[in-house]
Design a protein around this ligand. Structure first.
Ligand code: PMP
Length: 352
C-alpha cells in the first residue's frame, strides 16, 4: 500500500440494481414506470430555450417548489427539492441524524439507509419485522437519534396503516422521523395528513416512480418550515443537490398534469392486481403490495434459480442475496405485455 493510500477513506461500494441496456430486454428490476412521462413534457423539451443553459439555475428550485406546494396544499416553505429522493434522503441523514444515539430503521428495508449511515458515521439499529414483514411498533420505542422507514416498505411492498405510522411519530417527538414515500402513489395512505400535527415529521417523495421520471432525478421532502429551513441551510453549504434548468421545467409540467398521473397509476395498480392473482395460481405468495412491484416467493422453487433463468431469457427482476429474503424476487410491474411474458415464462418454468 502506498503511504497516501492510508489516508484515503475506503468503502465497500454498494451495488445498486442492474441497469443493463440490451435489445428486447424486459426490465422489471428497478421499479421504473413502464409508461412515458406526462405528454406535455415532450412540448417543454421541444420548446426549451437552450440559450438559458448559459445561466445557473435557481438554487432554490423556486418554480418547482411552488408547484409541488400548490399540488399538496402546503406552503412553499414546507417543500424541499433535490436531485432524486436518494439525494434528498442523503441530505436529510446529514442534517437530522447527528445525535450519538443510533437511528432506527426496519431490518428489511431500502438498501441505502445503512450505506448512508456508514458513510456519514451515524450509528444505527435495525428494528425487527414480524413474520409477515409488518412493523413491530414496540421496537420503535427504544432510545434513538432519529427514525427512517419507507411506507410502503421496500422491497416487501407492504404498507403500514396511518395509525401505526402516527403511533411511531407520536412516541418519538424528540427526534426527526422520516417517512420515505417513494411508492405512496400506488395505493398507500400518505403521512402528509400528519404534517400539521407533528413538527418532527419529514415526508419524502419522488418523481421517479409514479411520475415516470427516474431518468430526470427529482425528489422532494415536505415538512414543517423549521425542518425545511434546516435542510436548505445544509444544502446551500454544499451548493449541490440543485436541479438543472431543464429538469425544473419538465418537473413543473409533470406535476401539473394530474389527469395523466392518476390514469397511469390506476393502470399500474390494475396490472399489479392481475399479476398477483396469476402468481397466486402458480403457487407464489407475497406480502400484499401497495407499490409498483410484487415481492414474491415460491415454496418449491428457489428464487435465485428463477432469477437466473429469467435473466437467461432477457427478463430482469431483482434478487437480494440477504438473510430472510434470499428466497424472494422483487418484480416490477411493467406493461401488460411485459407481465404476460414474465407469467408465460413462469408457467413454463413451474410446469403449469
Ligand atoms: N426510497 C426508496 C424506498 C426507493 O426504493 C427508491 C428507489 N429505488 C428511492 C427512495 C430513491 O428514488 P429516487 O432517487 O429515484 O427518487
Amino acid at each position: 500500500m502506498r503511504i497516501w493510500e492510508s489516508n484515503i477513506r475506503k468503502v465497500v461500494p454498494y451495488v445498486p440494481g442492474e441497469q443493463p441496456d440490451k435489445e428486447n430486454m424486459i426490465k422489471l428490476n428497478t421499479n421504473e414506470n413502464p409508461y412515458p412521462p406526462a405528454p406535455g413534457v415532450r412540448k417543454i423539451m421541444d420548446e426549451f430555450k437552450e440559450d438559458t443553459l448559459r445561466l445557473y439555475p435557481d438554487p432554490c428550485a423556486g418554480m418547482l417548489v411552488k408547484e409541488i406546494a400548490n399540488y399538496y396544499k402546503l406552503k412553499p416553505e414546507q417543500v424541499f427539492v433535490g436531485v432524486g429522493s436518494d439525494d434528498v434522503l442523503a441530505m436529510a441523514f446529514m442534517t437530522f441524524f447527528q445525535s450519538k444515539k443510533p437511528i432506527l430503521f426496519p431490518e428489511i428495508t431500502y438498501s441505502f439507509y445503512d450505506v448512508w449511515a456508514e458513510l456519514f458515521n451515524i450509528p444505527y439499529v435495525r428494528c425487527s419485522l414480524a413474520d409477515d414483514f409488518s412493523f413491530v411498533i414496540d421496537d420503535y420505542k427504544r432510545e434513538n437519534g432519529g427514525i427512517i422507514f419507507p411506507n410502503p416498505n421496500a422491497p416487501t411492498g407492504l404498507c403500514e396503516r396511518l395509525e401505526t405510522i402516527e403511533k411511531i411519530i407520536k412516541y418519538n417527538q424528540d427526534v426527526i422521523v422520516i417517512v420515505d414515500e417513494a411508492y405512496i402513489d400506488f395505493g398507500g395512505e400518505s403521512a402528509l395528513s400528519l404534517l400539521d400535527k407533528y413538527e418532527n415529521l419529514l415526508v419524502v417523495q419522488t418523481f421517479s416512480k409514479s411520475r415516470s421520471m427516474a431518468g430526470v432525478r427529482i425528489g422532494f421532502a415536505m415538512g414543517s418550515p423549521t425542518l425545511i429551513k434546516y435542510l436548505n441551510d445544509v444544502k446551500y453549504s454544499f451548493n449541490s443537490y440543485t436541479l438543472n434548468r431543464f429538469s425544473l421545467e419538465i418537473g413543473v409540467e409533470a406535476i401539473r398534469d394530474e389527469v395523466y398521473f392518476k390514469s397511469v397509476n390506476e393502470k399500474i395498480i390494475s396490472t399489479r392486481e392481475r399479476v398477483k392473482n396469476e402468481l397466486l395460481q402458480l403457487g407464489f405468495t407475497f406480502p400484499d403490495s401497495k407499490t409498483n412491484f410484487v415481492f414474491a416467493t415460491h415454496e418449491k422453487y428457489n428464487a435465485k434459480d428463477i432469477f437466473l433463468a429469467l435473466k437467461e431469457n432477457n427478463i430482469y427482476v431483482r434478487y437480494f442475496d440477504k438473510p430472510k429474503i434470499h428466497n424472494y424476487l422483487r418484480i416490477t410491474i411493467g406493461t401488460d405485455e411485459e407481465m404476460d411474458a414474465l407469467l408465460d415464462f413462469l408457467k413454463h418454468y413451474i410446469g403449469k
